[in-house]
Each structure stands twice: as C-alpha cells, then as structure tokens.
Design a protein around this ligand. Structure first.
Ligand code: URA
Length: 211
C-alpha cells in the first residue's frame, strides 16, 4: 500500500459508540485555560526562543490523539502542529484511517521549538505536565506516539522504537499505539514500508473497536 495513492475513506464516525462525543462545557473551559497557560509558558528557556507555543489541532472529543516530538520551523511560525512535510505525511495516513476532523487530534511532547530542531529532554520533563493534562481532558480511545522521543516521554520503559511500533498496549490507564515518526517515512524506503504497515495495523485496530 502507498498512503499517497490509497483512496481517502469516508469518515469513520460512530457517535453512539463514542463515550466523549458531547464535549462538556467544563472540559471546553478547562481546555481554554490550559491552552492559554501553555501559550504564556516561560518555565524553560525554550519559552524565550519561540515565536509561538504550539498547542493542538483537532477536535475536543477525539478518538485518536497523535503525539509528536517538537514543533519545527513551520509550526513555530504558525502555532499549529504538524504543518510541514511530516505533517503532510501524517495527514495522508489519517485520511486512510477515515477519521473525521473531529475524530483525531495532533499535539507535541514539547510545546516550543528547540534550537536547531534538537529535541531537548530537560524541556520535555518540564513540559510533561502539559501533555498529561491535555491527554486527560481529551481522553481519547488511543494515544498514538510518533517517534522514539514521544514514546519515551509517555513510557520511558517502552521497547526500542522498531520493536514497539504497531503494537497497541495498555499503559497507565491509556491505550498506547506507538508508530515511527512520519519524517522517517520520508527518509528511506524501508521505513516508509514500516510506517505504512503499522498505519494499516492501526486502521484494523480502529475498525475492530467499532465492529
Ligand atoms: N512537526 C511537529 O509538530 N512535530 C513533530 O514531531 C515534527 C514536526
């Protein structure tokens, strides 16, 4: 399969089966407060270097939340996660999953762009409470980590990336579904094949949950 050629599916929505479909007004308010807090954050040095803190894009009652690593230049400029090349790769994969715009969300482990796009583990520790609070409010059926750093941020004891990818499991009250980072799919044919294979496994997993 090529995610670039595969036909986009009709949205796979199942309002009756979605426990969170109606977003509670209190959740909406809490989300607004949390987003404002992240945008004003200066808890680590990255806060002084950013153009925009990058909070989230997606619905407030998503079935699937994708967790990336850190904003890049395009994300820092726009304040929106995954809008560059790897974002386009991610969006192609999401289209093959048939999720509506409300059914998924995208965020990052780090909310501010690190210099030179070098992931900053110390900043990730400082940022971690934001990630936890975002996931708690969004309460998705599955958290899909993108790349080794996002996986390690949520589960430091996880298997190495290529052993963990494509294998859903329970972790700390959430279902975790690790994928390699979409940027990896742009780097080599072997990793593209792995990315596409694991996206198909996710597709199947979501289909079984709705069956
Ligand atoms: N853009 C993001 O927002 N996150 C990543 O991990 C990569 C690119």
């Amino acid at each position: 399969m090529s995610t670039t050629r595969r036909r986009t599916k009709a949205p796979r929505t199942a309002p009756a089966l979605h426990p969170n479909r109606a977003v509670d007004a209190e959740v909406r308010r809490a989300w607004g407060r949390l987003s404002a807090e992240i945008r004003a954050c200066r808890r680590c040095p990255l806060g002084d270097l950013r153009t925009h803190a990058v909070v989230y894009r997606g619905g407030l009652a998503p079935r699937v939340v994708f967790v990336g690593e850190a904003p890049g230049a395009e994300e820092d400029r726009t304040g929106v996660p995954f809008v560059g090349r790897s974002g386009r790769e991610l969006d192609r994969a999401v289209a093959t999953l048939g999720l509506s715009d409300e059914d998924f969300g995208v965020l990052n482990t780090l909310k501010c762009r690190p210099p030179g796009n070098r992931f900053d583990p110390s900043a990730a520790r400082t940022c971690r409470p934001y990630l936890d609070r975002q996931l708690e409010l969004l309460h998705p059926e599955v958290v899909v980590t993108l790349g080794a750093r996002a996986l390690a941020a949520i589960d430091p004891t996880a298997l190495p990336m290529l052993s963990a990818a494509g294998r859903p499991r329970a972790h700390g009250g959430i279902t975790l579904f690790p994928l390699i980072h979409p940027a990896a799919a742009l780097r080599s044919r072997r990793l593209r094949e792995r990315w596409e294979r694991d996206v198909r496994v996710l597709d199947q997993w979501l289909a079984e949950r709705l069956a």
